[in-house]
Design a protein around this ligand. Structure first.
Ligand code: T3D
Length: 265
């Protein structure tokens, strides 16, 4: 059988490809376990300094595989499935592995991103979308709430009005509109998406990993704090980073007019 995800290594980045193109890369439970384990393993691998995530085929990810026996509705009179179990044991660990990944993540949204597939894309650090990509939550059509982090991520990215429109009416959003709303960092012509996202991942790989990951953590933490606690959190992080090797290396390289070689993790 084809692997559910594919991993390639190129220089010091890893490329994680969702690989169920016949089902628009919809998530199965096994696939989510593999994604989580892979993100953890790549994050712990000193040779990997950024991860590029994309989808094989015409879609990025259609969200939960609705034909998976795990979630498929029971026959008449059968016992309903506990979706909470699926979320607790598969979606949440995967979303946390992504958000807490020890290296920066870049998402190349190559086609439709639906349901939890959209949540997964939004959870990445840098999101580039093909101009042919489409974003749709879709949960409203199957009687569920947006999950896999969407209730937290979407209003923060696009504001409440647009988040409510997308969640309640469930219309498809074009990549161009997604960029205007701030849902993605940049829209790229379809045939240039992969090379643009890869170039960004390689740039991140050359930067001080620890500071980049701390930036993500502080941005998230600041969402739920006041101004002064955010200032203090910056100070604590900066103090730690100031003792780290990458800071000396960055400053020395600047003064010596040479390229820095960052190593901290
Ligand atoms: O229990 C739970 O569900 C809890 C978990 C929640 C997390 C979630 O993600 S819930 C949301 C699940 N996702 C959706 O509701 C999206 C369903 N898919 C669509 O709305 C559309 O397929 C798309 C908008 C994504 C793409 O539309 P389009 O017209 O480009 O493609 P299509 O023709 O609809 O789909 C192509 C094939 O992929 C088709 O199979 P076929 O007919 O060629 O054999 C279709 O059934 C299959 N496919 C698409 N999405 C899914 C899927 N198969 C299984 N699961 C899917 N989510």
């Amino acid at each position: 059988a084809e692997p559910l995800i594919q991993i390639e290594r190129e220089e010091n980045i890893a490329i994680l490809r969702l690989n169920r193109p016949q089902a628009l890369n919809a998530f199965t439970a096994d696939m989510m376990v593999q994604i989580r384990e892979t993100l953890d393993a790549l994050g712990a691998d000193a040779g990997v300094r950024a991860i590029l995530i994309t989808g094989e085929g015409r879609a990025f990810c259609a969200g939960q595989d609705l034909s998976d026996p795990f979630v498929a509705p029971p026959p008449p009179g059968g016992k309903p499935k506990d979706i909470g179990h699926l979320i607790d044991h598969y979606y949440i660990p995967m979303a946390l592995a992504l958000r807490h990944c020890r290296v920066p993540t870049v998402c190349a949204v190559n086609g439709v991103a639906a349901g939890a597939g959209m949540s997964f894309a939004m959870g990445c650090d840098l999101v580039f979308a093909s101009d042919a990509a489409v974003f749709v939550l879709g949960f409203n059509k199957i009687g569920l709430i947006p999950d896999a982090g969407a209730t937290w991520l979407l209003p923060r990215l696009v504001g409440r009005a647009k988040a409510m429109e997308m969640a309640l009416l469930g219309d498809k959003l074009s990549a161009t509109d997604a960029e205007l709303l701030g849902l993605v960092a940049r829209t790229v012509q379809a045939d240039q998406l992969f090379s643009a996202a890869k170039a960004a991942a390689l740039r991140l790989a050359a930067l001080p990993t620890k500071a980049l990951v701390e930036t993500r953590r502080l941005f998230d933490e600041a969402q739920r704090s006041d101004f002064e606690p955010a200032l203090r959190a910056e100070s604590r992080a900066q103090s730690q980073l100031g003792f780290a090797q990458d800071y000396s290396e960055g400053v020395n390289a600047f003064m010596q007019k040479r390229a820095p070689r960052f190593q901290d993790r």
